[in-house]
Design a binder for this molecule. Structure first.
Ligand code: ARG
Length: 585
């Protein structure tokens, strides 16, 4: 109950109940006509139907009952029965002064939530498609942590399937003398990889293409996969190098974005549970045989689309992507006893896969009291509406993309008047922050499930709804506050709200509702919209009010307080979005 709209809903709802109307019709929300009122309640219309009375009559009863409460400065009935509400300044001030943690109450049940947002495949260069899950997943992790949950990011590497056998066998063809391939080798395998990550990255597409063209080559890869999966020591030792080098490369790719994981596991870690799970599922008839394969039927009577069964074991006994995902859930549930939610930030084209996996674990009884959610995202397109490519028409690597955006930010910064005493190192760091803010804000301000077009000029602009604009505004407010302190001005705790201060003050009270909405929907764009609105409201506040130049000391001091609250609020949101703010720019 920490937004004003929420508090009012409680008060008005109670009045509805007092006059024998359903309490939940007394919902109060921020008015969509701020020129007419601060808040509105439209419940009289629905209540009229219930009570079989005229809505204006009902609205009148509500208003009459409310008017004894001195928190209201205006209660008005408009149109067919809308109730327009304004609050007393004192009430708004007291509310703002009493806010802790921006009005967000921490959960009283700080349990574990796992966010699965990496999904990178071992030995495969990170590409533009990895921008979305990493940025969205990292933001969701921040948000759940802010609410007080033990939110853990899991990279869930793709490190198990046929690709592994393809790469292993390609190495075997290239370097048959390496000890990894000698079945009689009894010594210690090297701890350091005898190859560079670049070779690994180069090998994967070659091996995969070779297997496509040549059935015999594919058979070799299949055999290597099976032997690796059965634990052939040399293959496993070689594979360990793939993992180590890939993790190092992933960390290096993500470093400029400050994105990290708590759990560095992969599909292979789950595979060890598969035989145990298979036995359990078979005994309880959750899996059944179909044409030599093992399947789990997941269709339900009320399905309105076709829901094919999940393939647990193929007819040759091989596991599938579904098998390792089920086993991963099994592992997580066993390891984190207070697990309440698993959120997958994965391409929306995998939605059928997740539906099948979620239904399977539900049917198996592995996730009682655990919610599984797929936050599916769309594609990053180029201006031509097709998946984003380099100028040469190649798929863009993650590294290239981040580099390009930071370079563009640097170019933009050279067009602005950066302080003259900024040295090259600080300049580069500011460019990184501006570039990353551009990338992350674009990503997060788009709805996750929608495709969006990558427009580097727009995203790095210092004007409009962009990351750099928000950074710029935040730095501006902070520098205003520094000036005030330098002039010896006090920032008061008491607020005085003149007409021109109210919009900003009221907007600051809305954060808890926005935050809740974002938690309910796992959609960070609500936070982005709000941060942008706040920055704009500050801009008009700054243009319309005297702040430093205000002669009335109490008013000046109150306006400095509002500026400070705005800066803190925007900074907090940017932190949740994973965006760093420079000291100056
Ligand atoms: N590695 C997978 C891919 O490239 C994504 C993994 C997503 N996470 C999961 N638990 N399935 O498509």
């Amino acid at each position: 109950m920490t937004s004003l709209a929420n508090k009012l809903t409680h008060i008005v709802g109670t009045v509805f109940e007092q006059v024998d109307l359903p309490r939940d019709l007394g919902v109060v929300r921020v008015s969509d006509r701020p020129d007419l009122a601060q808040f509105q309640c439209n419940g009289a219309m629905a209540a009229a139907k219930v009570a079989k009375k005229n809505p204006r009559e009902i609205a009148q009863i509500i208003v009459d009952t409310l008017s004894s409460n001195d928190i209201f400065s205006k209660l008005e009935i408009a149109g067919p029965g809308f109730i327009n509400i304004d609050l007393n300044n004192d009430y708004i001030c007291d509310h703002l002064k009493s806010l802790h943690n921006f009005g967000i109450e921490k959960t009283d049940s700080p349990k574990t939530i796992i966010l699965d947002y990496g999904g990178m495949n071992v030995a495969k260069a990170m590409h533009v498609g990895h921008i979305r899950p990493n940025i969205i997943g990292d933001c969701l992790r921040n948000v759940y942590r802010f609410k007080g949950f033990n939110a853990l990011g899991d990279v869930h590497l793709g490190d198990w399937g046929l690709q592994m056998g393809q790469i292993i066998s390609e190495f075997e063809i290239r370097y048959p003398d390496w000890p990894y391939f000698d079945p009689d080798f009894k010594g210690e395998y090297p701890t350091e990889a005898p190859f560079e990550y670049s070779e690994l990255e180069e090998i994967y597409p070659k091996a995969s293409a070779a297997c496509k063209d040549d059935e015999g080559r594919l058979e070799i890869a299949r055999k290597a996969t099976a032997e690796f999966q059965e634990g052939r020591a040399g293959y496993v030792a070689l594979w360990r190098h793939f993992i180590d080098l890939s993790i190092k490369d992933i960390k290096d790719n993500l470093a400029p974005l400050n994105i990290d994981f708590d759990i560095w596991k992969g599909e292979a870690d789950a595979a060890q549970f598969v035989s145990e799970i298979a036995k359990d599922l078979k005994a309880r008839h959750i899996t059944e045989e179909s044409k030599g394969a093992q399947i789990i039927r997941v269709d339900k009577e009320d399905d309105n689309k076709e829901m094919p069964p999940l393939l647990f074991f193929k007819s040759d006994g091989a596991m599938t992507y579904g098998t390792t995902d089920i086993a991963t859930i099994y592992d997580r549930v066993k390891l984190y006893l207070d697990l309440i939610k698993i959120i997958y930030v994965v391409d929306r084209r995998q939605s059928l896969h997740f539906e099948q996996v979620f239904r399977s674990v539900e049917k198996a009884g592995y996730v009682d009291d655990i919610e599984c959610v797929h936050v599916g995202f769309g594609t990053v397109n180029g201006e031509d509406g097709k998946p984003f490519k380099t100028r040469e028409g190649k798929a863009m690597t993650f590294r290239q993309l981040v580099k390009t955006v930071i370079a563009k930010a640097e170019e933009r910064l050279s067009e602005t008047n950066l302080d003259a005493d900024i040295d090259d190192q600080e300049r580069a760091e500011i460019a990184r922050m501006v570039g990353v803010s551009a990338l992350k804000f674009t990503e997060l301000s788009n709805q996750p499930h929608m495709d969006y077009a990558f427009d580097i000029d727009r995203m790095t602009s210092f004007e409009g709804k962009t990351g750099p604009y928000l950074l710029y505004q935040t730095v501006r407010i902070k520098s205003l506050l520094k000036k005030a302190t330098a002039q010896g001005y006090k920032i008061s705790d008491d607020l005085l709200l003149e007409k021109e201060d109210q919009e900003l003050a009221l907007l600051l009270t809305e954060f808890p509702d926005i935050f809740d909405l974002m938690l309910r929907t796992n959609a960070p764009h609500h936070l982005c919209d709000y941060a942008y609105k706040l920055a704009q409201a500050f801009s008009s506040f700054y243009a319309n009010c005297h702040i430093l130049s205000e002669e009335d000391e109490a008013l000046r001091s109150s306006r400095l307080k509002l500026s400070d609250m705005t800066a803190q609020q925007i900074l907090q949101i940017l932190t949740l979005l994973g965006i760093d703010v420079p000291e100056r720019m």
